[in-house]
Design a protein around this ligand. Structure first.
Ligand code: FES
Length: 205
């Protein structure tokens, strides 16, 4: 689908009509553009700016401030390692180093096969289960460096079409921040955050 097609889909109308001021739709539209193209191209930034009546510079400022917006293509699996205080105190640096070594790329890059992207991120809300890691935004807590290596090997070897936080927790995690929550059997099918409630993942198209 061309970008011109993307900007005229019912989903765009739905998102724009959800806000009294269309400028407020900039973030869900950026997510929608990212879901269409895999990442935010310069053209997508310009198109979103046109849709909401902002300049490309203003839209670009939002797109570069939030780390979940990607300006480059990412691999099939986005491995995010928390580097904030709780995780840092409990060994996140060593976990990240193990993941970088096993993936063969430093944080911020994707392996040549397009399978694994590595990044470090700020607190992902699992401080009680530090060090915390996410794969395609599915959470794994209490990860040590050996488990982190095994996780990357598993992603490469098994190449699961869906990654599920509970499954990865059982295989590669350690102590969790709590264990009384509902089981999550849905999982994630790709490296983009899911925003069904905003109609940005295919709903209503
Ligand atoms: S500091 Fe790592 S999840 Fe909060």
């Amino acid at each position: 689908m061309s970008l011109a097609d993307w900007t005229t889909t019912p989903r765009v109308e739905k998102i724009l009509s959800s806000y009294p001021d269309k400028r407020s739709a900039v973030m869900p539209l950026l997510y929608l553009a990212m879901s269409e193209h895999g990442y935010l191209t310069d053209e997508a930034i310009r198109e979103v700016a046109g849709l909401v009546g902002l300049t490309s510079v203003q839209v670009s400022a939002a797109a570069t401030f939030y780390t979940m917006y990607k300006r480059q293509a990412v691999g099939k699996y986005l491995v995010s390692v928390c580097s904030s205080i709780s995780c840092g105190l409990l060994g996140a640096k060593r976990v990240l180093a193990a993941i970088e070594d096993e993936a063969g790329v430093p944080a911020g890059e994707t392996d040549p096969e397009g399978q694994v992207s590595v990044e470090h991120v700020e607190c992902i809300g699992a401080c009680g289960g530090a060090p915390a890691v996410q794969v395609n935004y599915e959470l794994i807590e209490g990860v040590n460096p050996d488990q982190a290596r095994s996780l990357v090997q598993w992603l490469r070897d098994a190449s699961p079409p869906v990654v599920n936080g509970d499954e990865m927790q059982a295989l590669f995690g350690g102590r969790r921040s709590f264990d009384w929550g509902p089981a999550d059997s849905t999982g994630s099918v790709g490296p983009l955050p899911a925003l069904e409630g905003l109609g940005s993942t295919g709903e209503g198209s």
